[in-house]
Design a protein around this ligand. Structure first.
Ligand code: ATP
Length: 136
């Protein structure tokens, strides 16, 4: 079966939404294979977000991700990469569909970076790369 990396970002941890987010993943039938709560080093975040280097939201994004603990989860299941992105909803919480994590629980805080609660790998290549980084 396929695996993906899910992160509960610092806003999700600070708002006590870990349980609610993991509940939705488990309720969908996916397996939690490994889980880790910690404050990621900048080197890990820079590697994780290397595709965004140079974009206007890059530094705010890194600083936001350093602002508190992050939950990293290795999740397994058939089609879980696409399936989790579907559960998460689109990037902007304001337009994310109701029923999704971002649509139900997220809001636009008017900040320089979208504090959108979760991250999920977007392809099998990203999943392999990101799982190797976060679960080295
Ligand atoms: P999705 O692709 O659904 O947004 P993602 O987390 O993979 O999920 P990326 O496009 O990889 O999104 O962007 C990484 C993160 O950077 C986003 O989740 C969001 O926190 C932030 N971000 C992305 N685009 C913007 C933007 N235009 N303005 C502010 N923040 C952004």
């Amino acid at each position: 079966t396929e695996e993906t990396l899910v992160l509960v970002k610092p806003d999700g941890v600070a708002r006590n939404l870990i349980g609610e987010i993991l509940r939705r993943i488990e309720a969908k039938g996916y397996q939690l294979v490994d889980i880790k709560l910690f404050e990621p080093e900048r080197t890990l975040l820079a590697a994780h977000y290397e595709e965004h280097e140079g974009k206007p939201f890059y530094l705010p994004l890194i600083e936001f991700m350093e602002s508190g603990p992050v939950l990293a989860v290795r999740v397994a299941g058939n089609g879980v990469i696409e399936g989790f992105r579907s559960l998460a909803g689109t990037t902007n919480p304001t337009s994310a569909a109701p029923g999704t994590i971002r649509g139900d629980l997220g809001r636009d805080w008017g900040l320089k970076v979208q504090q959108n609660l979760v991250h999920g790998s977007d392809s099998p290549e990203s999943a392999a790369r990101e799982l190797a980084l976060w679960f080295a």
